[in-house]
Design a protein around this ligand. Sequence first.
Ligand SMILES: NC(=O)c1ccc[n+]([C@@H]2O[C@H](COP(=O)([O-])OP(=O)(O)OC[C@H]3O[C@@H](n4cnc5c(N)ncnc54)[C@H](OP(=O)(O)O)[C@@H]3O)[C@@H](O)[C@H]2O)c1
Length: 336
Amino acid sequence: MSNTENHENQPTKNKKIIVTGGYGLVGQAIQTIVQQQKQKNSLGLVENQDAYLFLSSKDYDLTSMEQTQQLFQTHQPTHVIHLAANVGGLFKNMNHKVDMLEKNLAINYNVIKTAHEYKVQKLVACLSTCIFPDAVPTYPITEEMLHDGPPHPSNDAYAYAKRMLEIHCRAYRENYGDNFVCVSPTNVYGPHDNFNLEDGHVLPALIHKCFLAKESNTDFVIRGTGKPMRQFIYSEDLAQMMLTVLFSQNTPGNLILSSPEESEISIGEVATQIAKCFDYESRMRMDASFSDGQFKKTVSNQKIMRIMPPTFQYTSMEDGIRKTVEWFLNTENKRV
Ligand SMILES: NC(=O)c1ccc[n+]([C@@H]2O[C@H](COP(=O)([O-])OP(=O)(O)OC[C@H]3O[C@@H](n4cnc5c(N)ncnc54)[C@H](OP(=O)(O)O)[C@@H]3O)[C@@H](O)[C@H]2O)c1
């Protein structure tokens, strides 16, 4: 089957698509792509923009079963992209383990169980490549390795809650034939990210740090040697992948959503590109007294590329970082 044949013709006709966590980093990127594609009608995925409903925790607190049922009863979704989660960087993962475990278990249990009760036709639930085993026999990491060993101890609470989400979706597929699938994005970055220095992920936190260093005329200090390698994906590239998965037929139970293996980049290089955007490279330095964490965790993007349309192109790191820095500098109401 070709990539084009694999997609539905009028994907949003007679559909109600809800996006939980619709105002976070990934949810906002899906909103952007839905608006862009409505204007261009490019991938033909959104001819009916009204089919989409983006939700915040202010609309429904999904840790509550009662509110989750209210959501499904009121909106009767046919399709769900489930992004809502308690998410954070290293500090939050290590210092708020109980919250990361309990809130994510509760949100996921409520959403998946209720989606089954309301006979949702397709649900795409979000995992993460950071929940894969800490030690793997070979790189790249593939979808099949998800449960093959413990996650890194720093984020085990978050990781096991997310792994249960995969088991939960699989159980409904196997016992009831529900079309509930999972996707595992690699490190995401882009506009609307959380730029908080303690709670945020590495790339937005570095942008914020560089901004503050320049403002106070101090060094831009990167913790560790800068040598660890990471794969990043620009949030709008990820959004296109998620919509493609939502409307593709016969998708596998878990798909890694990543940039290619060869796009892996060192944290030092990411910091350099950020410093360039601020014209502050001369004041950048590494502080090797801090530990580096895992050296690499290369993942494979082969499976998702089999279903992406041939017209799909990745955003380069240079462009993605530039757009993210511009958004950070030009947006008053940001998460810092
Ligand atoms: N960021 C990454 O690098 C990354 C990488 C891999 C996978 N992921 C996954 O991608 C998904 C989206 O992540 P993100 O980066 O967009 O996170 P985010 O910006 O923190 O957004 C998370 C969203 O979840 C919502 N949420 C949290 N608690 C909720 C609750 N009790 N009830 C209802 N909604 C709730 C939040 O709503 P409000 O803001 O309205 O409170 C927010 O919109 C998550 O499942 C995450 O695990 C992210």
